[in-house]
Design a protein around this ligand. Structure first.
Ligand SMILES: N[C@@H](CCC(=O)N[C@@H](CS)C(=O)NCC(=O)O)C(=O)O
Length: 403
């Protein structure tokens, strides 16, 4: 029964996603339709599964907010009726399966892309590995599942993946109505523009009247519309479903401007036949905090993912790396001893082995190691730490205490 409920919920979320829930207020009608469908499903499931009947029913005429409130209430009843807080379920299923199903992009250099040997690489990929090291003690136990922008949230909802680490922006709508929970920010990004130098444009305010290639189902598409509308500037959107199509659109002059997360523009610039012929404009027009996301309702799994990221940040802060972590077992520093699980809370609260954080650092490394290797100075992208530096170095990366 629970399985059926999960499946139906996933289907309804999938419908919401497809029907343009992610496209702001442009498709309210479809959104209302799919919300009503979701309510119907939930009511049916509740009626079937539980002694306590649903207290609300759809009247078919409510507005979006009322429908969403109704869904939240029904979901709560459903959670209560099915024993609630199915805590360790993701961890248990990951352990049972022996590997982590990690949702990544279809290929974005620096974040998640297969290398020449077909091995997945990137900052997001390494984060998948870090969670596998924490949960299973082995960073190699990951199955990478490439997901397009449109597939990503439903794949998480329906259990196709246990974790989504796919240059995905943390937003209110996604964090609530779409049923996913963001566990932190592994890269603070912002939306930028890329143009051919021959266009003679040097800043974003000069883009009035231009055609812009953009990928559908992204925050990028929404910010683009806001940016031009608010400034009373005109543009022609040229919209594609996949990354490959979007960049090819730009390369083949189907548009004059390409827009996406600035980090991705740096990657795309390098992939051009002549990288020097294009320029990434200096402005960032939005905040794009990219982070790992889990399903709503599994607090333990959420904690594991969140504290894996915190561990990598603390390790950098305390100067503990994959190289030095073995020696650190002899350290007298109380912070370091707690970091690697020699003292302090260890793994108990997370349901993990006491050496979980040691394995994250030993097998993957601290945040700086991962950053520099994948998108930073040791990579071809050469992205500076910027906002992603630790707070003490002028950035905004910060983790709460291990105590
Ligand atoms: N951060 C934005 C944009 C993320 C996004 O998907 N960007 C595209 C353009 S670079 C991408 O990564 N595509 C890769 C793919 O489709 O696999 C979001 O979460 O909506």
């Amino acid at each position: 029964m629970k399985q059926l409920i999960r499946y139906s919920l996933a289907i309804s979320t999938f419908a919401i996603t497809l029907s343009g829930c992610d496209n702001g207020n442009t498709q309210d009608k479809e959104l209302i339709k799919s919300l009503e469908a979701k309510i119907q499903t939930l009511e049916q499931q509740l009626a079937e599964s539980e002694s306590s009947p649903p207290t609300l029913s759809s009247n078919g005429s409510a507005d979006t907010q009322a429908l969403e409130e109704k869904i939240a209430s029904l979901e709560k009843q459903l959670a209560d009726s099915s024993g609630s807080g199915n805590g360790a379920s993701t961890l248990e299923s990951v352990k049972k399966l022996g590997y982590l199903k990690c949702g990544v992009s279809t290929g974005l250099t620096g974040f998640s892309a297969p290398n020449d040997k077909g091995e997945w690489e990137g900052l997001d990929v390494e984060f998948c590995q870090a969670v596998a090291a924490a949960a299973l003690g082995d960073k190699t136990k990951v199955k990478y599942i490439p997901l397009t922008t449109k597939e990503r949230f439903s794949a998480l909802q329906n259990g196709e993946v246990d974790l989504l680490v796919r240059n995905t922006t943390w937003t209110l709508h996604r964090d609530t109505a779409l049923g996913v929970t963001f566990a932190g920010v592994n890269y603070y990004d912002g939306q930028g523009f890329m143009v051919n130098k021959s266009l003679g444009v040097t800043n974003a305010m000069e883009l009035d009247g231009k055609s812009v290639c953009v990928q559908s189902g992204t925050t990028t598409e929404l910010n683009l519309a806001d940016y031009f509308k608010f400034r009373e500037m005109k543009y022609t959107p040229v919209i594609f479903d996949t990354e490959e199509e979007t960049i090819n659109g730009f390369k083949t002059a189907k548009c004059e401007v390409m827009t996406t997360d600035q980090s991705a523009l740096y990657a795309h610039r390098l992939g051009m036949d002549d990288p020097d012929s294009v320029v990434v404009l200096p402005e960032l027009i939005s905040k794009e905090p990219l982070g790992p996301a889990v399903r709503h309702g599994d607090q333990q799994w959420f904690d594991i993912v969140k504290w894996t990221l915190f561990t990598m940040l603390h390790a950098e802060d305390l100067g503990v790396s994959s190289v030095s972590v073995d020696d650190m077992k002899n350290s007298n520093d109380p912070d370091i001893r707690r970091l690697i699980g020699l003292d302090g809370p260890k793994g108990k609260g997370l349901g993990l082995a006491d050496d979980w954080s040691f394995q994250v650092i030993k097998q993957v490394g601290n945040y700086s190691e991962s950053f520099e290797r994948t998108i930073g100075m040791s990579s071809e992208l050469k992205v500076r730490r910027g906002y992603n530096a630790l707070w003490r170095d002028g950035g905004i990366q910060y983790a709460p205490p291990i105590r």
